[in-house]
Write a protein that binds this ligand. Structure first.
Ligand code: ATR
Length: 264
């Protein structure tokens, strides 16, 4: 039986096992997908287990997407550019790190039939998933990317990876077509983002990376002001879809049942 794992710290709330085990069962694959909470000093040993084929694939989540990199043999172009790895597999005899958050984000937008070409995008936050979002936005040819993060230093670090992005102070809302919440504000139902959107015109696009709760106050507010709103559920599903395809060579179904698996 093949073995797959998602690693992170914390990890209790990860829904990756639910999704992958559903697809594994549906496709009659002899495998199991589990979650494991790790400390940083356990990463090296875990990667040797991938090299020895004791573990067949890994997903990586906060806070290890970057810190796992020194232990890998090879990175995909996407993982290299974003310095962020969420999917690991053995390619030949090389433990390879890839980033499927990028394609996850891109697919979620495409499914909505929204065209990002030439749009001005404001990203709130500068955490683990933001390099992947920036990579996807550049690929989709947006005209401008501005980052607003409470800790400016972290936004400045992103500028080292992507020199064309702009930075703005936390609390300042420049003109945008698309605004993306990539902060952890909203994970708790009562969380509010203290920004004033009252002067923006309608028909903007509010995107929240958070999908649980399904509708954060950020999205509620966006909708109330007459804008399009989308949560991060499809991004999550499609990053998993791409990892599944890499590991098993099969494109799993994405349908209402799969989407419902994440409603909790
Ligand atoms: P990490 O930073 O470890 O990668 P993350 O969950 O990916 O973790 O990122 C959390 C994001 O939410 C960060 O951008 C964080 O801002 P800081 O860099 O200033 O910490 C942001 N965030 C969390 N709580 C916040 C709050 N109360 N107000 C504003 N931003 C907040």
């Amino acid at each position: 039986m093949k073995k797959f794992l998602v690693i992170g710290n914390p990890i209790e709330h990860s829904l990756s096992p639910v999704l992958h085990n559903y697809w594994i069962k549906n496709n009659d694959i002899d495998a199991i997908y589990e979650k494991r909470k790790l400390n940083e000093n356990e990463l090296e040993k875990l990667i040797s287990q991938v090299r020895e084929k004791k573990i067949n694939g890994l997903n990586v989540t906060v806070p290890f997407k970057r810190t796992i990199i020194p232990f890998l043999d090879e990175l995909s172009i996407e993982a290299q550019k974003t310095q962020s790895v969420n999917t690991i597999y053995l390619k030949g005899n090389k433990v390879t790190g890839h980033n499927t958050d990028i394609i996850g984000f891109e697919t979620s937008i495409k499914k909505l039939d929204y065209n990002l070409n030439n749009k001005k995008v404001l990203i709130l936050g500068a955490g683990g998933v933001v390099p992947s979002i920036i990579f996807a936005l550049i690929k989709m040819k947006v005209s401008k990317i501005t980052i607003s993060n409470r800790t400016r230093e972290k936004a400045e670090n992103l500028k080292k990876l992507f020199e064309n992005i702009e930075l703005t102070e936390w609390g300042v809302v420049p003109n945008f077509d698309v605004i993306i919440n990539a902060t952890s504000l909203g994970l708790k139902k009562e969380d509010k983002i203290n920004l004033d959107f009252s002067s923006i015109s309608k028909n903007k696009f509010f995107y929240d990376v958070i999908y649980n709760p399904a509708e954060t106050n950020f999205l509620k507010n966006g909708k109330k002001l007459g804008n399009i709103a989308l949560n991060g559920k499809l991004m999550f599903i499609y990053q998993a879809f791409s990892a599944f395809k890499i590991w098993h060579g099969i494109e799993p179904d994405v349908n209402e049942n799969v989407i419902k698996l994440l409603d909790r």
